[in-house]
Design a protein around this ligand. Structure first.
Ligand SMILES: C[S@@+](CC[C@H](N)C(=O)[O-])C[C@H]1O[C@@H](n2cnc3c(N)ncnc32)[C@H](O)[C@@H]1O
Length: 277
């Protein structure tokens, strides 16, 4: 037997182990607090802070050197186990997003948030997303718009994406199997996000399906490919900008402030096109 919740907008997804009655996941964050002690007059890190996202609070959690009991995960708060302090609290949507089962090519939180802001969507918008991949981009966008229609040519990937949508509690994503270059059956979209191998093949679809004045974003790690897209732009599409979004975390410990990772990892370029005609 495979239980299903009653989702709306075709976004029904099977319940998966770890969900609580009603089809809702109760994700929790378990934080193992770092321990600093004074040894020979100097402060020494005895153990580093560690963070775990717990998606199944119906059983004990096995940490490296101790077992965190299920009852504590359920109630949350602060506890000490074998001299090590833990705190446990509900996870938010960003925590759950970061904990989705993703492929190497899934969109990151920094890029997804930037895309959403630049596309200028609202709670009334209907968005096209392709390819679904692991569903990360569709899940992120679904929090802020009315509906996301997500296409992928791979049935297998759609199945992964649907499981992530259930984990993320998204009920406004419609997953469709088909090519975004040729098979989009909907009339119009308020915004389009494309993360597909050959975005230049989607230009004609964008010209037909994007509302005039609105934006599409092409997500690609490859600048040469984006140059090809720009070279082939039809008159109706205007290249607004192509950007890279960098996130640089800083350490604010003790007396020193410095970037934690001086080398910034490249994810992808974001190319924004506007339908002007
Ligand atoms: C990099 S992944 C997308 C990742 C996704 N945006 C995410 O955040 O998880 C690219 C996807 O495009 C799909 N794809 C390839 N050609 C396509 C096409 N013509 N139409 C729709 N999807 C396509 C692939 O099957 C793959 O799942």
């Amino acid at each position: 037997m495979r239980p299903w919740p009653s989702g709306k907008a075709g976004g029904c997804n099977p319940l998966i182990p770890g969900s609580i009655p009603g089809g809702r996941f109760m994700h929790k964050i378990l934080l193992k607090l770092g321990r600093v002690e004074e040894v020979d007059g100097k402060k020494r890190v005895i153990s580093k802070e560690e963070r775990f996202t717990i998606s199944d609070t119906s059983k004990d959690f096995h940490a490296a050197f101790c077992i965190v009991p299920q009852a504590f995960l359920e109630t949350g708060g602060k506890t000490s186990i074998k001299g090590q302090e833990f705190v446990c609290f509900p996870a938010n949507k960003a925590d759950v997003f970061n904990n989705l089962k993703k492929g190497a090519q899934s969109i990151t939180l920094k890029d997804a948030a930037f895309v959403l802001g630049q596309l200028g969507v609202s709670s009334k918008s209907v968005m096209l997303d392709a390819g679904s991949g692991s569903g990360a981009s569709a899940c992120f966008f679904s929090q802020f718009v009315k509906e996301v229609v997500s296409y992928d040519v791979s049935e297998e990937n759609i199945s992964v994406a649907k499981k992530n949508a259930a984990r993320f509690q998204s009920e406004n994503i419609i997953f469709k199997e088909g090519s975004v270059y040729t098979d989009v059956s909907e009339e119009q979209f308020d915004a389009i996000f494309l993360d597909v191998p050959e975005p230049q093949q989607a230009l004609s679809m964008i010209t037909q399906k994007l509302k005039i004045g609105n934006l599409a974003c092409i997500y690609s790690p490859n600048l040469t490919q984006l140059k090809e897209v720009i070279a082939q732009l039809p008159e109706a599409l205007h290249h607004e900008k192509t950007v890279e979004v960098n996130e640089r975390p800083w350490s604010l410990k003790n007396q020193t402030c410095k970037p934690i990772a001086p080398d910034i990892a490249h994810t992808a370029f974001l190319c924004f096109l506007r339908r002007i005609l």
